[in-house]
Design a protein around this ligand. Structure first.
Ligand code: GLU
Length: 287
């Protein structure tokens, strides 16, 4: 059975870029006679709010995008993330890190897809010496070089980019268990996609690089890789990712102003491989 999902984080209101992404995932599921899941990525308790969950549900209903099973909340699955992290620890692939963000910024020598590449300060040497001061708050990082060597060459198939060679090394040693949250996005999303039998992962190009890490985690944890569709982003007229700061209204504003959700969705178009430029005029003709 074909399955895909829309997986927003409830730390803000959805905007038109989210509507576009949900539309593509939902449309693919419906076209393939598959299933569409709504997954709420709420592991970060400090940033997640129940009012945003309510707005997500109301926005999707207003857009006319229905989902097939119970809504999945990542906050209900923390034990699973922990169990997977324990497995990676037992494989000798995670190490504690007590560095602060500013220490990393000062010591980093390269820039990766998520910011400065971790310079390896707390990584123990081959004999297990060195390492973090675990009396201080610490995260757990994945030893990327060791993990990539264990997994061997990897790749994935992307609907737009075609065959992609995975290069998790670009990130350096990523955090899998955060200091301030029970798991990282990378670990939780990879585990959930597999646990719920996702055959297709549809999401914006802004998450393309994350797949280098997700593919590696799948290989380490014996999870089947889904097919990927990293679609072009809806951009503002300046070519930058559409966000509220560029005057794109939140979906709830449009909803509360009495606009028609399906008409808004329609106006976003569906040419998912080319860039979609948002013009405020596309909303003008909607009831
Ligand atoms: N929660 C992520 C976001 O809102 C999306 C995760 C995913 O689709 O893999 O950007």
């Amino acid at each position: 059975m074909m399955r895909t999902r829309f997986a927003p984080s409830p730390n803000g209101l959805l905007h038109l870029g989210h509507a576009y992404s949900a539309k593509l995932a939902h449309g693919l599921a419906r076209a393939m006679g598959g299933q569409f899941q709504l997954r709420i990525e709420d592991i970060d308790a400090t940033r997640s709010r129940s009012e945003y969950v309510e707005a997500i549900v109301a926005d999707l209903r207003w857009l006319g995008l229905d989902w097939d099973s119970e809504i999945v909340f990542q906050s209900d699955r923390l034990a699973r993330y922990d169990a997977a992290a324990e497995r990676l620890k037992a494989m000798g692939l995670l190490y504690p890190c007590s560095c602060t963000r500013s220490q990393i910024q000062v010591a980093a020598k390269a820039e990766g897809p998520e910011g400065p590449v971790y310079p390896g300060t707390c990584r123990p040497d081959a004999d297990g010496n060195g390492g973090a001061d675990c009396t201080r708050p610490h995260s757990w990082r994945l030893d990327i070089a060791k993990a990539a060597a264990m997994a061997g060459p990897l790749g994935w198939h992307d609907r737009v980019a075609g065959k992609v060679v995975a290069e998790p090394e670009l990130f350096g040693d990523v955090v899998l268990l955060r200091k301030d949250a029970p798991a990282s996005y990378h670990l939780a999303a990879t585990l959930d996609d597999a646990a719920d039998g996702m055959t297709h992962v549809v999401r914006g190009m802004d998450l393309f690089a994350a797949t280098h890490i997700h593919r590696l985690l799948q290989a380490l944890l014996d999870l089947p890789p889904p097919l990927y569709w990293h679609h072009a982003l809806l951009t503002g007229q300046d070519g930058r990712k559409l966000s509220k700061s560029e005057q794109a209204p939140a979906l709830s504003e449009l909803r509360e102003a009495g606009k028609s959700g399906p008409a808004v969705l329609d106006a976003l178009g569906s040419d998912a491989t080319g860039p979609r430029v948002f013009r405020t005029g596309i909303l003008a003709g909607n009831p």
